[in-house]
Design a protein around this ligand. Structure first.
Ligand code: SF4
Length: 958
């Protein structure tokens, strides 16, 4: 057998192969000299590069060698093994077959579990069986598996039974799977008349048992194997060498080639992309470059930054992250919310017609359909009902809208026909769907209505997504084993979502473009002069060690399957090979903090792969490199944001407007909070004075209810103003609830139906009762609905700040400003969050985001300043509290600083100092930001857009 040839890192594996092939096999006068060769790669892409290098070397046309990915090679051999060739099942079909096996064997009780809820388990089970096929093993009995959920235990206990039933069903139906086909070919390989001579096996690292058997057989028949590896072999190569008993022939020099590595810690995704684009700019026109995205979600923002470069994209983009799926998912949601007696839920309907794909449709005479959809949106809000039948929506285009339409040059009849057609073509068809085939046909109909025939989306990326749906996913559904199985709509939709969640759109392009954007696995075997990798964070590379609910790692050895660590080892090999093969590498990760669901801030940590490269570099250079990590971080030049991140500010206008607000009612906590959370919203609301769109009653119910409760509480406590309120003596639920009812009946909520009204009354009564019970100790009521204000000298001008507090208590010796909250709880931060605040010079977006992270709500702190006028003695005995009526028990109270903390000397001193000095500095900085920063930036957090009234018309929403 021939020794395995080992090409070092740093060499161009495919170019070396091309040179060797030409040197040894090319005969100019024999056009078939190369065509007699066979090259097998782990995947398809290297074949393109090999042909490119052959052409470069030969400089003229030629008939290339036969090149295969291992998958295609196995498929071809399968034609000689399977008679007749089996039908290879898609993943959903394999899951369906397993579902049938599980019901037939009694693992799933009939009617106990439907196909859609079995689907996620079925996907795991199918993958597990694929592993068994590829490892040429059969499941061992696994009685009483520990540490797995109940459903997994049932499946594992019956694993052998299910395996036999699955094998039998596949054979009976002349069907197969990729793993089973591989096993079948491997078990017959010795009997196949294969030529080893003239065959090259190139670039493999880890082999499954079946692959090992096939490749070894070829090698024993004379094939040549080529690895790319350092002399100090990696563990899986050592194992391979030992198990084959192969000699190694190391080509090239000893030692690992060292690229120049730049370590860059960016702040967030934006700054990562900025750094990557900068690195590309520095090197433009100097050889092949790869921009590697371990997480495909950075692809779209990246492409928007690279509009002036020719790029080639090679990666699998998740279909569920596309606008195309966004529309289909929204249509499904609309259908899910359909109530036969009341119609469609208005919010789902509005979200549907706001989708950009619908807005850009044209009317028959070529007018913008978006105008008509916008009109409908306005009309639905005016009518204010939560549910509508489609016919009722069509009737909203009536005589009253004729003038508006005429101004836009649209005829009334045409507008109605346009809307009717949208309903008819994309909404009504969903009602009758009962099977996967009907679902696929409905989606096909919608796509051809929106994108024409043949489908054309206008943008090349969208065309690729359309292609995946039209040519792969929908035909697979129509041709599936369960295509005509009647299923309930909810199950069908859930199944559709699950299938989409595992679907990727494969981008694959030409290798000749100098800049390639690739996923990590797509870089296998390739060499680039310069490599830029972003998102090098733990959890992305290596990806999160996903806990397999069906088979935890501890159970794998007992089934004879390889350990999970092997997967990390494989990813590490591809990563290091890529980096060490380049001349220069930029490794970029992000350091931003993220809020966990518990409100704890967690820092994103850099990948262990980077740690290792850093450590190796440190060893080599004999010094710590932490200081050499570039940290561009917080200051992102405002020009970066100009076109996309906000609206340029007219400083004179904003100054005039804010000053006049200050002279009028005064600057409120709500104005400041709005700015911190979203300067654009501040602009719409306070500078332009734009009213948000009128919402239907159901949407504003919470706001009105809050006002009603506030009024009831004010009236309830009014008799005690200036006196002691002793809860044990004075609590009177009936009086309080009576005041609530009185105010409720005078409010717009009085028109609510009896059912809804009953529900609201019950809840409010319960909450008010809890509220009274929570008050234990007597207190003096100093003020109710009190206006407070203070003039502060900032930036050479006097500014008036003001607020209206719900109640001021005197509890023992402490003054407590009470603010009732009835809606969503505020984000709570006690006072020390920014106690060391030093106003920065810059007025950019990132500084505002930092303030938002630490003090997203200034209200209580501002009230304390206004009430105490910043006097130390008063500050030392004043605090403020939110009383959240929507929450129960002690959770109702949230203190800015607790009264008992005010009694602690050191704590009190810090509090006074912060309130007198730190907080006014923060206010002044904010005012500067409002008046002088270059842009009205967009929301400082994605979350804010979700609850923003301006979101429907805001172009900057996250
Ligand atoms: S949608 Fe988002 S970005 Fe736009 S105004 Fe609202 S919060 Fe700001």
């Amino acid at each position: 057998m021939k020794p395995i040839k080992v090409i070092p890192y740093g060499a161009n594996l495919l170019r070396t192969l091309a040179e060797e092939i030409v040197r040894r096999f090319y005969i100019p006068e024999d056009p078939l000299s190369l065509a007699r060769l066979t090259v097998i790669f782990p995947h398809r892409r290297p074949a393109l590069f090999l042909k490119h290098y052959l052409f470069e070397i030969l400089g003229k046309g030629f008939i290339p060698p036969k090149t295969y990915s291992i998958e295609d090679f196995v498929k071809e051999l399968a034609l000689r093994v399977e008679s007749p060739p089996g039908r290879q099942l898609t993943l959903p079909d394999r899951v369906w077959l397993l579902y049938r096996c599980a019901t037939d064997t009694g693992t799933l009780k009939a009617n106990e579990e439907d196909f859609a809820s079995f689907f996620p388990w079925g996907v795991r089970l199918s993958q597990l069986f694929e592993e068994f096929f590829k490892e040429m093993k059969e499941p061992l009995p696994l009685p009483h598996p520990e540490g797995v959920p109940q459903r997994a235990r049932e499946l594992l206990e019956d694993l052998r039974l299910l395996w036999s039933a699955y094998e039998e069903a596949l054979s009976r139906g002349q069907m197969t799977t990729p793993g089973r086909r591989l096993r079948e070919v491997a078990s017959m390989i010795e009997k196949l008349p294969l030529q080893g001579e003239g065959t090259f096996i190139v670039g493999f690292y880890a082999l499954t048992r079946a692959e090992d058997k096939i490749l070894r057989c070829l090698w024993e028949k004379g094939a040549e194997v080529i690895w790319q590896a350092p002399r100090d072999l990696l563990p899986l190569y050592r194992r391979w060498r030992d198990s084959w008993g192969a000699d190694l022939d190391f080509a090239g020099p000893e030692g690992v080639s060292r690229p120049k590595i730049h370590f860059i810690e960016a702040y967030d995704t934006h700054s990562q992309i900025t750094e990557a684009v900068k690195a590309l700019g520095e090197n433009q026109g100097r050889g092949f470059e790869a921009l590697v995205l371990p997480d495909p979600s950075s692809l779209i923002p990246l492409l928007y930054e690279l509009t002036d470069r020719e790029v080639n994209v090679t990666l699998g983009y998740p279909l569920e992250r596309t606008a195309l799926w966004g529309l289909l998912d929204q249509l499904i949601r609309l259908q899910e919310g359909f109530d036969p007696s009341r119609g469609y839920y208005h919010k789902d309907y509005l979200a549907t017609i706001r989708h950009p794909f619908l807005k850009r449709l044209l009317t028959p005479s070529g007018k913008e359909g978006g105008i008509i959809l916008h009109l409908i949106e306005e009309r639905i809000r005016e009518v204010g009902r939560p549910y509508f039948h489609l016919e009722e929506v069509e009737d909203l285009i009536d005589k009253g809208t004729e003038t508006f339409l005429a101004l836009e040059g649209v005829d009334l009849a045409e507008a109605r026909a346009f809307l009717w057609e949208i309903h008819q073509r994309i909404i009504r068809p969903w009602r009758g769907i009962r099977t996967a085939r009907e679902l696929a046909l409905t989606v096909e109909g919608i796509l051809s209505f929106i994108f024409g025939s043949p489908l054309k989306a206008g943008h090349p990326l969208e065309n690729e997504f359309l292609y995946t749906l039209q040519e792969e996913l929908l035909p697979a559904l129509k041709g599936s084993l369960f295509a005509d199985e009647p299923v309930s709509q909810s199950l069908l939709f859930s199944l559709f979502r699950q299938i989409v969640s595992v679907t990727r759109t494969p981008f694959e392009g030409e290798p000749l473009v100098a800049l390639q954007i690739l996923g990590l696995l797509e870089t296998r075997l390739l060499k680039f002069d310069r490599v830029i990798v972003i998102d090098l964070n733990e959890g992305v590379l290596p990806s999160h060690e996903e806990v397999d609910p069906l088979l935890p790692p501890s159970l794998r050895p007992s089934l004879g399957l390889p350990e999970r660590e092997r997967e990390e080892e494989i990813v590490r090999y591809h990563f290091e090979r890529l980096i060490y093969s380049a001349q220069e590498a930029y490794l970029i990760w992000q350091s931003s903090t993220s809020l966990s669901t518990e409100g704890l801030e967690g820092k994103t940590s850099r990948s262990r792969f980077v740690e290792r490269l850093l450590w190796e570099e440190e060893l080599r250079r004999g010094k710590l490199l932490e200081d050499e990590i570039r940290k561009p971080a917080l200051t992102i030049p405002p020009s970066h944001f100009l076109p996309k991140e906000g609206i340029p500010k007219d400083r004179k206008r904003v100054w005039t407007k804010v000053f006049s607000l200050s002279q009028g009612k005064g600057l409120s906590a709500s104005l400041l909070n709005t700015y911190i959370r979203c300067p654009l919203k501040f602009y719409y609301k306070y500078i332009l004075g734009l009213e948000p769109p009128v919402e239907v009653l159901e949407e504003v119910e919470g706001d009105i209810l809050g006002q009603v409760i506030h009024r009831a509480l004010e009236e309830y406590f009014a008799p005690f103003l200036g006196r002691v309120y002793d809860p044990s003596r004075d609590n009177d639920l009936e009086r309080l609830f009576g005041l609530f009812l009185k105010n409720f009946n005078r409010s717009p909520l009085s028109v609510l139906g009896p059912e809804k009204r009953f529900f609201i009354e019950e809840v409010v009564r319960y909450r008010l009762e809890r509220f009274l019970q929570e008050m234990r100790d007597p207190f003096v009521i100093l003020a109710l609905e009190e206006e407070i204000s203070l003039r502060l000298d900032f930036l050479g001008t006097e500014w008036n700040f003001s607020g209206r507090v719900d109640r001021i208590d005197l509890r023992k010796d402490t003054k407590v400003i009470v603010d009732y909250k009835t809606g969503r709880p505020e984000r709570r931060r006690s006072f020390p969050a920014m106690v060391d605040f030093i106003p920065p010079e810059d007025l950019h977006y990132e500084q505002l985001r930092e303030i938002n992270r630490k003090v997203p709500d200034l209200q209580l702190q501002l009230y304390v300043l206004l009430l105490t006028k910043g006097k130390s003695a008063e500050l030392g005995r004043t605090t403020a509290v939110y009383l959240n009526l929507a929450e129960g028990n002690r959770e109702m109270e949230f203190f800015l600083i607790k009264p008992q903390d005010l009694a602690r000397e050191e704590r009190r001193r810090t509090w006074i100092q912060w309130s007198r000095e730190g907080f006014p500095k923060l206010l002044q900085y904010l005012l500067r930001h409002i008046l002088e920063s270059p842009l009205y930036f967009r929301a400082t957090e994605e979350e804010y857009c979700r609850f923003c009234e301006y979101e429907p018309s805001c172009h900057y929403a996250w």
